[in-house]
Write a protein that binds this ligand. Structure first.
Ligand code: HEM
Length: 135
């Protein structure tokens, strides 16, 4: 006969965040560690600190032994409703709108070599003045 696993929302789990009533979530599974608080070799404060969120990373970072992982099963009470976990929206990187590349290059070149067009215009004006005087 299939066993019925209880599903809890993160909101429900988060409500158990006290010394005498503490639930934690590791790898999508919910554990009621209330009776383990005083015995936990890592201390009760670390367990309290991870209530209301997924503690998988913290649990793995502590490098728990095989024995610890087996012990966990004693405190398993159900699974987390993944849909209830509010994802932190990824930070959107707003890229500054770059103006059209070739237009920008032309503008840069003009700024850099402004002497060229100014000289061309001056010379053409001088030549046209000279020619008009000769006539
Ligand atoms: C049901 C959940 C948990 C169980 C059954 C458990 C069990 C244990 C056990 C048996 C140890 C001794 C070392 C070992 O055998 O690996 C330990 C150490 C430790 N645990 Fe946990 N743990 C649980 C959850 C957590 C969580 C969620 C955290 C972090 C937020 C944590 C942090 C630590 C730390 C930092 C140590 C190292 C203590 C030391 O050696 O100074 N544990 N845990």
């Amino acid at each position: 006969m299939p066993t019925l696993t209880k599903i809890y929302s993160m909101e429900e789990v988060a409500a158990h965040n006290k010394q005498d009533d503490c639930w934690i979530v590791i790898d999508g599974k919910v554990y009621d560690v209330t009776s383990y608080m005083d015995e936990h070799p890592g201390g009760d404060d670390v367990l309290l600190a991870v209530t209301g969120k997924d503690a998988t990373d913290e649990f793995e970072d502590a490098g728990h032994s095989k024995t610890a992982r087996e012990l966990m099963e004693e405190y398993f009470i159900g699974e987390l409703d993944e849909d209830s976990v509010q994802e932190i929206p990824e930070l959107k990187i707003y890229k500054k709108e770059e103006p059209n590349d070739s237009v920008q290059k032309l503008v840069d070149l003009t700024k850099q070599y402004w002497v060229v067009p100014v000289s061309v215009i001056t010379i053409s004006l001088a030549v046209s003045v000279l020619f008009s005087r000769k006539k």
